[in-house]
Design a protein around this ligand. Structure first.
Ligand code: F6P
Length: 326
């Protein structure tokens, strides 16, 4: 082990939960102990840090959680922590518990909080976890694959009944302002059209015409995926029904997309991220976000990480359109 001043670390999950967060907690605890660190679990994210809900963890505390969705540490979105006073008080609480560093498992908002703590002198490492896959610095975020598989299964089921009743189904999926779940699940679910916030769409051109040409070619069901960042799902369904005459239903998949046992991809990504986080801290390195670049785990400066944005590959949208032709 390198000579580092970091001996006691805290770990928390923050923001919306994501399947695989438990695998990340487990990895932080087990690899932290391997590196000779003491690991403390902070409950309810930054809210729990402010309240001093901090308990030491051991190998046993994380047994049998790698397969579980949600987060055993619980999570929250803290109002108080979003103020400079809140951040200062949280830093003070970390000092009371003599935490030398913090591992934050969450999305961009959680990383901004981590960055603020780092600026005040508390060493931090961020681990990207959100079903939205919308973190600029990382090609992959924990929870994304599980959420997409959940959506894919829902689309398959909805398609069965839409087909039997010769209906159109508009399915709204999560993703906040990003359309990654929508576009990939649109392709995987064989949707007739997929609407994402990243690309301007025209209802007649991009939704009504494809439905009518599919109908004229003999198709009996029409699946339209709408990203929550686009919104207007109910209105869209009304327009489709009114303009095409095809009975149109809506399904807003909602929070089921955040639950469930994590897939292999999420368990492995979370495990690698967690192990990398403690490897850095044990070497005295902090102020970093661990991230996936292709298939490799890298780490980068947290300020730089927060300044990065992600752009959707337009080819994906075009390919989705081509494959929906009937
Ligand atoms: O960021 C994850 C996410 O599930 C988004 O896809 C969604 O917009 C948001 O969180 C919902 O948040 P809440 O659980 O607070 O309703």
């Amino acid at each position: 082990m390198a000579d580092s001043k970091i001996k006691r670390i805290g770990v928390l999950t923050s923001g919306g939960d994501a399947p695989g967060m438990n695998a990340a907690i487990r990895a932080v605890v087990r690899s932290g102990l391997y590196h000779g660190l003491e690991v403390y679990g902070i409950r309810r994210g930054y809210e729990g840090l402010l309240d001093g809900e901090i308990n030491q963890m051991n190998n046993h505390s994380v047994s049998n959680i790698i397969n579980r969705g949600g987060t055993v540490l619980l999570t929250a979105r803290s109002k108080e922590f979003s103020t400079p006073e809140g951040v200062a008080r949280a830093k003070g609480m970390a000092e009371i518990f003599r935490l030398d560093a913090l591992v934050v498992i969450g999305g961009d908002g959680s990383f901004r909080g981590a960055r603020d703590l780092h600026r005040l002198g508390l060493p931090v490492i961020g681990i990207p976890a959100t079903i939205d896959n919308d973190i600029g610095c990382s090609d992959y975020t924990i929870g994304y694959d599980t959420a997409m598989n959940t959506v894919k299964e829902a689309i398959d089921r909805i398609k069965d009944t839409a087909s039997s009743h010769e209906r159109c189904s508009v399915v709204e999926v999560m993703g906040r302002n990003a359309g990654y779940i929508a576009i990939n699940c649109g392709i995987a679910g064989g949707a007739e059209a997929c609407i994402v916030p990243e690309k301007h769409f025209d209802v007649d051109e991009d939704v009504i015409k494809p439905i009518l040409s599919c109908r004229n070619a003999g198709k009996h069901h029409y699946i339209i995926i709408n990203a929550e960042g686009v919104g207007g799902t109910l209105e869209l369904a009304e327009q489709i029904q009114q303009k095409t005459g095809v009975k149109t239903t809506t399904t807003i998949l909602g929070h089921q997309q955040r639950g469930g046992s994590p897939t292999v991809r999420d368990r492995v990504a979370a495990s690698l991220f967690g192990a990398k986080a403690t490897e850095l801290l044990a070497a005295g390195i902090s102020g970093r976000v661990v991230a996936m670049r292709g298939e490799s785990v890298i780490d980068l400066d947290i300020e730089e990480a927060l300044s990065m944005t992600k752009t959707m590959d337009e080819g994906l949208i075009e390919t989705g359109k081509i494959l929906s032709l009937y």
